[in-house]
Write a protein that binds this ligand. Sequence first.
Ligand code: HEC
Length: 116
Amino acid sequence: MGNSRIFAALFAGATLAVFSQSVVAQAAAPAPGNAEAGKAKIAMCIGCHGVEGYRTAYPDVYHVPKIYGQQQAYIVKSLQAYKTGERSHPSMRGIARGLTDADMADLAAYYGGAQK
Ligand code: HEC
């Protein structure tokens, strides 16, 4: 009857609300990264961040911050800031643009997992 159709519509609406809430909750607390997966992704970072004394030799010697041992949350936040343009370093912006949230979490788990 008409009533059961209305009920079904309400039920679907409630399910949708719960679903979108859980998506928001996930965005607020991203799934923890996988350090093993991160290790497979550092090939594009070690050219700069894996350098003794944290300096690159090419194109010029300039300071590269130490990321090994940083807080995982800090690494993800920095990478996101480069991606959105909130931080403006050109090389890091180029790198971060190519990273997904999962890549960032994995990289952070790898680099950040080294603390202790
Ligand atoms: C071309 C050299 C280069 C490459 C490649 C590179 N980085 Fe960077 N990275 C830098 C430099 C230079 C900075 C400092 C930029 C600044 O002053 O904002 C930096 C900054 C960072 C920061 C912020 C550190 C802090 O203390 O605020 C993080 C996190 C980071 N890089 C992670 C990565 C990861 C992860 C990769 C690989 C996916 C990577 N970088 C690849 C040169 C590089």
